[in-house]
Write a protein that binds this ligand. Structure first.
Ligand code: GRF
Length: 206
């Protein structure tokens, strides 16, 4: 039995591609992407989905009356496709509490910094501007606050003195592409248990 998931994208979709590739190459992946939902047409993430034969939906942010109606439309689209969980892979819109109520502890997000440091839309730039020596990647469950829910997994990425936002983001992304499919697989296998703010990996040795 595969867990049906919806992957939400706003841009290039390289994390979506990593999940598509993992699902294709790992017979024990445990999750199946039943739809890819974007907040605008024409993004590369949608092209990647089409190339993989995955149905797509566009729920335009531009046409939404309110964040509430947008959130409802995204959740409806996911449910209509049969999704039981949402995977936010570079989805740049904030969903309202309704999404968390409809998919409790069933929404995953990836953020390009070590939360709770540098939340928001510019996690890489903000870390660089702050002068940190180490930043990284966080995958977490989504709750009603931005970049805030229980942390599932993190990877550290050292900052080089010569780094630009682009070079640092590229190294962060290569960690993302390894980590996100691993987390989605663990989630699909029911191995992630939430206890308050702590996520316990069932069956992990440490
Ligand atoms: C990633 O770096 C992710 O951490 C952030 O947005 C970026 C999306 O990249 N939330 P892509 O669309 O998966 O290539």
């Amino acid at each position: 039995m595969q867990l049906p998931i919806a992957v939400l994208v706003s841009g290039s979709g390289s994390n979506l591609q990593a999940i598509i590739d993992a699902a294709a190459s790992d017979g024990d992946f445990g999750a199946s992407i039943v739809t890819v939902i974007a907040d605008r047409p024409g993004v590369r993430g949608l092209e990647r989905a089409v190339a993989a034969g995955i149905p797509t939906r566009v729920v335009p942010w531009a046409g939404a009356a309110t964040r509430r109606t947008f959130t409802g439309a995204v959740c409806d689209a996911a449910e209509q496709a049969g999704a039981q969980a949402l995977v936010l892979a570079g989805f740049m819109r904030i969903l309202t509490r309704e999404a968390v109520d409809r998919f409790p502890n069933r929404i995953l997000n990836i953020h390009p910094a070590l939360l709770p440091a540098f939340p928001g839309a510019h996690g890489v730039r903000d870390a660089l501007d702050h002068g940190v020596k180490v930043t990284g990647v966080t995958v977490h469950f989504v709750d009603e606050h931005v970049d805030h829910g229980p942390i599932i997994a993190q990877r550290a990425v050292p900052v080089d003195q010569q780094d630009t936002e682009e070079s640092l983001h590229a190294r962060i992304q290569s960690e993302e592409h390894d980590l996100f499919p691993e987390v989605v697989k663990a989630f699909a296998h029911g191995r992630l248990r939430v206890e308050g703010r702590t996520v316990v990996w069932e069956g992990a040795s440490s």
